[in-house]
Design a protein around this ligand. Structure first.
Ligand SMILES: NC(=O)c1ccc[n+]([C@@H]2O[C@H](COP(=O)([O-])OP(=O)(O)OC[C@H]3O[C@@H](n4cnc5c(N)ncnc54)[C@H](OP(=O)(O)O)[C@@H]3O)[C@@H](O)[C@H]2O)c1
Length: 416
């Protein structure tokens, strides 16, 4: 029978309070939150003072506490808490994607070395059960691609600017007022948050541990009304869509950037703070999951699901990592993009391998064509500083022709 767990909770903000509510209003699963660590001594709390502590060691050193739930908003301190808890043999649940993405390697090893479990369903896609779906259902099937909308804040802003024609600052302010965006929205609007999630998903979908600095993230801060007009005239919506894709050489490419999404794409109608994930399996084809990507109760519910799984002794086996499903990660790939630029200096710096459309009126200039992802990564700061805009025109990552024709020749030799 499942054991009734004693929980030490770190953080009592949006998600911490959501978990508290969801746990106390669940009819099935029961667990006790025995202590809550917070930071600010001046804040009023909605729970008994006896539950609150400002000293992390009170929770970490309590032998009665079996599970640490880490829900604070400071990635460095979260790593200190989580790694110390794992070393002390305690199971941990966290929602902190930034901390996870930066420290995946160490956290993976700490779990093995201390024979403990670290679960983090709420860290990617909020309430969408994507990690356990990849880990359990797709544990053996080779996946081709995982893509989607992994960030509620930017999806809300894009929905309001594109569908309701609100200006970017007004849409951002609304997102902040509704509690979707933080007061400093950089992580969301510059695409860091969906990149952290893409890195976590890449581990469970393809078995790779990738460093955040290796992956290109371009957000929506430089979006201009001309870009929206161009996309809508062609029947597209612009969404911020990470794409994680297996290539013919068994490597994996990742890009986190805005994307022109067609009406036939499942993500076209994923609006506001909702998230959507498309998983493409080699044999099973396409699966689509949609749900709330953020918010107190939805995220609290995902955390509770992890706590419940722990009570049954569940841990991630990282099967794709152990089985080495993909050989490596690469940025030496080609993506097809719409690129709005200011001057010739921009297109001399960001050189295209192939151009399929070009418009140049002085005020509004763009190219649609194929470019190496590494070129975009190298020039990321230049693109942002000069307010240039990049959007994928399809959600495909391809190998450059040299590599793919070499692979085709090798395959031909094997077949002969
Ligand atoms: N909000 C969402 O919808 C959502 C969705 C998915 C994942 N997440 C992730 O969940 C985590 C929590 O997010 P949130 O939105 O709940 O944040 P939040 O509302 O800003 O709350 C943060 C909480 O952490 C506490 N805290 C900060 N530093 C601390 C420290 N050193 N020791 C103890 N407590 C500390 C704060 O204490 P005080 O109360 O004393 O200030 C506060 O209670 C983050 O990693 C976030 O990325 C959030």
């Amino acid at each position: 029978m499942a054991k009734k767990l004693k929980i030490g909770l770190f953080g009592f903000g949006c998600v911490g309070q959501g978990l508290y509510y969801v746990l106390n209003n669940s009819t099935g699963f029961k667990a006790d939150i025995v202590k809550i660590a917070v930071k600010d001594k001046t804040k009023d709390r909605s729970v008994s003072k006896d539950l609150i502590t400002f000293d992390k060691s009170v929770i970490l050193n309590d032998p009665e506490i079996d599970v640490i739930v880490e829900l604070i908003d400071d990635a460095d301190e979260a790593f200190n808490i989580v790694s110390e808890a794992l070393k002390k043999g305690k199971h941990v649940v966290t929602a902190n994607k930034k901390m996870l993405a930066i420290h995946l390697e160490e956290l993976y090893k700490l779990q093995q070395q201390n024979n403990v479990s670290l679960l983090y369903e709420a860290s990617a896609g909020g309430s969408i059960p994507i990690i356990r779906t990849l880990e359990e259902y797709f544990d053996n099937e080779e996946l081709e691609k995982v893509s989607g909308i992994f960030n509620g804040t930017t999806n809300y802003i894009l929905t309001k600017t594109i569908n309701e024609k609100l200006s970017y600052p007004v849409a951002l302010k609304q997102a902040q007022e509704k509690g979707f965006a933080e007061s400093d929205p950089t992580n969301d609007v510059e695409g860091y948050d969906p990149k952290f999630k893409a890195i976590i998903i890449a581990l469970h979908a393809f078995g790779l541990i990738i460093k955040p600095e290796e992956v290109l993230n371009i957000g929506i801060t430089t979006l201009h009304e001309n870009d929206i007009k161009y996309a809508s005239e062609k029947g597209y919506k612009i969404k911020l869509t990470p794409v994680i894709q297996r290539l013919e050489n068994d490597k994996v490419g990742i890009i986190v950037a805005p994307s022109f999404v067609k009406e036939t794409n499942q993500l076209f109608n994923v609006e506001n703070e909702f998230n959507g994930v498309i998983v493409e399996g080699k044999f099973s084809g396409e699966q689509f999951l949609q749900g709330r990507g953020a918010g107190s109760y939805p995220t609290g519910a995902a955390v509770l699901s992890d706590i419940s799984a722990l009570s049954h002794g569940y841990k991630y086996e990282y099967k794709k990592h152990v089985q080495k499903h993909a050989s490596d990660f690469t940025n030496d790939v080609i993506v097809e993009v719409y690129f709005r630029y200011n001057s010739n200096a921009d297109i001399e710096k960001i050189t295209f391998d192939e151009v399929s459309e070009k418009y140049n009126s002085g005020d509004y200039n763009y190219i649609v064509g194929k470019v190496n992802l590494q070129t975009l990564l190298t020039n990321r700061e230049y693109i942002l500083k000069n307010k240039l805009f990049v959007s994928l025109v399809n959600d495909k990552i391809s190998l450059n022709t040299k590599i793919s024709s070499k692979i085709a020749k090798e395959k031909q030799l094997v077949n002969n």
